[in-house]
Each structure stands twice: as structure tokens, then as C-alpha cells.
Design a protein around this ligand. Structure first.
Ligand code: KG4
Ligand code: ZN
Length: 340
């Protein structure tokens, strides 16, 4: 089965060809235009998608040595995400599907992240606890199959990636902030500053990172970086990262124990974090639970995970309609899903 996948939910234009669970191409064009604004400007994102979508798709098809005739279906992200960005991807995919008489499969962006850990790990089995941590989401899922899951926890305010990004901005580092903080934290002391670990012991699987952001703001006012009696950038990064990772690991492992699962996955942009990967690996090993994180290429926003999930769903018995009635759903947040 060969699937062309298109993903434009935020600021990356991505296309991929997936065949029988293998990624033949995975092309991502990241929009540098937002760097000067310190965050994503939705209108600019849509315009950049319009420019990039056709060439990116052509490269993905060429790199996969694939022609349109080889395709069994086209998959596209319909939500959640920025409305204008989603419209560009879905309209482009619809046009291709119509022109070449291929079925169109709408895919939910967060669900694609949820299952992205399975891409290089066919040995991993359900039921599983999956932590999806990105710039827009921090959620824990209890997943029983490619067709059924329940969201058991969410952030009540900022997403973990947002906390990394906002702290990075306060420290004068670039956007996105996670990679900068991850790199600097490697030579810092994570125990030096005690930043808040929101909701860590409240007995729920919910998260809160806004208190951490505020604490860092006042800490920096009182201890400016680099001054004689100030603080070291590396120590602040290590302590902030330590606080975020402590909460993520603690809640995920509590959920794994309570639901007695055999597998734990992490996914989404923040799952690239080196301390999170190491600590989750160690915590799972100590409990005898299998652990997987997607390859770094599939932890950030990408189209390969969209194609992968579309194929798994087809294999588990989904039937193909024309899909041409797909409409974008910028707020497509689900608390549970089960195919009837
Ligand atoms: O999933 P993603 O590419 O986009 C969405 O938000 O959907 O995630 C982007 C987020 C950003 O907040 C970025 O700072 C964070 O992932 N991130 C990281 C790392 N790499 C990316 N956070 C911590 N450590 C990293 N190494
Ligand atoms: Zn994402």
C-alpha cells in the first residue's frame, strides 16, 4: 500500500510517501519567516504554505521514486491547527485526489503524533500510555489500538513546549526554545534552582506549566544572568528543564502503573528532549515496561506520521470513501475515540 501524505497544520510544510509501514520520503520545509517575530504569525504561515506545498510534494514523490499512478490514497491533516494553514494543505490534497481519482484520508494531527512512536518500533504493543508533548499540547493518552484511545490528562494552561519557548524568550535565546535549553542544560546544574513542579502530586494526570513561567520571570528579575551576583544561563536551563521533565516522567509513570500497560511512548516536538528521553527510558526499564520514542525526524511535525497512521487505519479495516468532503477543523480536540 502506497500513501502520499500532506501536513500543513502549523508552520511546517511537509509531504511524505509511506509504503507498507516504511517511510520512502519525508520532506519538511520549515518557515524561517517567523523567527523575527518570536512566534508564528498565522497569516504569514498560510502564504508560505501556498508557496511551498507543490514543490515539497514533488520532491517527496521524486525522492520516493513514485508516480501518482503508484498511489493507493492521499492522506492529509484536517486539524487541529491554524485554520488558514490547514486550508492550504487540505485544498491541495483535494485537488490532487480529484485530478487523479485517488481516495483522500483525513487524519487528526494529534492522533498521528500519538502513534508516531510505533513507526520504527513494530514490536511495541498496546495497551500503552502515550505522552504527547509539543508546543501546543501536553496530554496523556491510554491507547488500546490504532482505533481506540482515551485522553486521561491534559495541561490546564501552557503546553510543555510553550514553557520551553517562553523561558527561552525570557533568556534571550531563539525560537523554538526547546533545543536551545536542551543544549545549554547539558552543562548546567539541574539541582541549583528549585523551580515549581505544577500539580506533580495532585493525583490527577493533568499538567500546569504557567507557574513555572512566572517563577522564572521573577527569578530573572532578582538574579539577572551574567552579572557579578547573578546566575549562570546553563544552570537556569538545567533547572527549568529538570522541573518540566520531573513532572512529565512522574505523571506518565503513574498512569502506566495505574493502567497496568506494557508499553510507554512519548511523542511530539518536546519528545526530542534528551533528558526526557533518558529519564523515561530509565523509569520504564526500572518498572519492566517497554519504552519507545519516535526517531527525531518523526518527533517534530512531519507528514510521514500522517501517512503511517492512514495506512495503519486502512489495514485495520477502515473503508475508503472519496474523502473529498473533508473540511478543516482547527479545534479538533477529542477526549476519546473508538471506531464503531
Ligand atoms: O510537535 P512540534 O514540532 O510542533 C507543535 O507544537 O505541534 O513541537 C514544537 C515544540 C516547540 O515548543 C519546541 O520548543 C519543542 O517542541 N522542542 C523541544 C526540543 N525540540 C523541540 N523541547 C525541548 N527539548 C527539545 N530538544
Ligand atoms: Zn505537532
Amino acid at each position: 500500500m502506497t500513501i502520499l501524505a500532506i501536513e500543513t497544520s502549523c508552520d511546517d510544510t511537509a509531504a511524505s510517501v509511506v509504503r507498507d509501514g516504511h517511510v520512502l520520503s519525508n520532506i519538511i520545509s520549515s518557515q524561517a519567516i517567523h523567527d523575527t517575530y518570536g512566534g508564528i504569525v498565522p497569516e504569514l504561515a498560510s502564504r508560505e504554505h501556498v508557496k511551498a506545498i507543490a514543490p515539497i510534494t514533488t520532491v517527496a514523490m521524486q525522492q520516493a521514486k513514485c508516480s501518482v499512478d503508484d498511489l493507493d490514497a492521499i492522506a492529509v491533516t484536517y486539524g487541529p491547527g491554524l485554520a488558514g494553514s490547514l486550508v492550504v494543505g487540505t485544498q491541495f490534497a483535494k485537488g490532487l485526489a480529484l485530478r487523479h481519482a485517488k481516495p483522500l484520508i483525513p487524519i487528526h494531527h494529534i492522533e498521528a503524533h500519538v502513534y508516531s512512536g510505533c513507526m520504527d518500533h513494530p514490536d511495541m504493543t498496546f495497551p500503552a500510555i502515550v505522552l504527547v508533548v509539543s508546543g501546543g499540547h501536553t496530554s496523556l493518552f491510554h491507547v488500546t489500538s490504532y482505533d481506540a484511545y482515551t485522553v486521561i490528562g491534559n495541561t490546564r494552561d501552557d503546553a510543555a513546549g510553550e514553557a520551553f519557548d517562553k523561558v527561552s524568550k525570557m533568556l534571550g535565546l531563539g525560537y523554538p526554545g526547546g533545543p536551545h535549553i536542551d543544549r545549554l542544560a547539558a552543562s548546567g546544574d539541574r539541582a541549583l534552582h528549585d523551580f515549581p513542579r505544577g500539580l506533580m502530586h495532585d493525583g490527577t494526570y493533568d499538567f500546569s506549566f504557567s507557574g513555572l513561567k512566572t517563577a522564572v520571570k521573577y527569578f530573572l528579575r532578582d538574579h539577572p544572568v551574567g552579572t557579578e551576583h547573578g546566575s549562570r544561563l546553563e544552570d537556569i536551563c538545567a533547572s527549568v528543564q529538570g522541573a518540566i521533565v520531573d513532572v512529565l516522567v512522574s505523571k506518565t509513570m503513574a498512569a502506566a502503573t495505574a493502567h497496568m500497560v506494557s508499553s510507554v511512548f512519548i511523542a511530539g516536538g518536546v519528545s526530542a528532549n534528551s533528558e526526557l528521553r533518558r529519564r523515561m527510558h530509565d523509569a520504564c526499564a526500572a518498572k519492566g515496561v517497554r519504552f519507545a520514542a519516535p526517531d527525531l525526524r518523526y518527533s517534530v511535525d512531519n507528514a510521514a506520521m500522517i501517512g503511517f497512521l492512514a495506512e495503519q487505519r486502512l489495514r485495520s479495516g477502515h473503508t475508503l470513501g472519496s474523502g473529498l468532503d473533508v473540511s478543516v477543523e482547527p479545534n479538533a480536540i477529542r477526549s476519546a475515540w473508538r471506531r464503531m
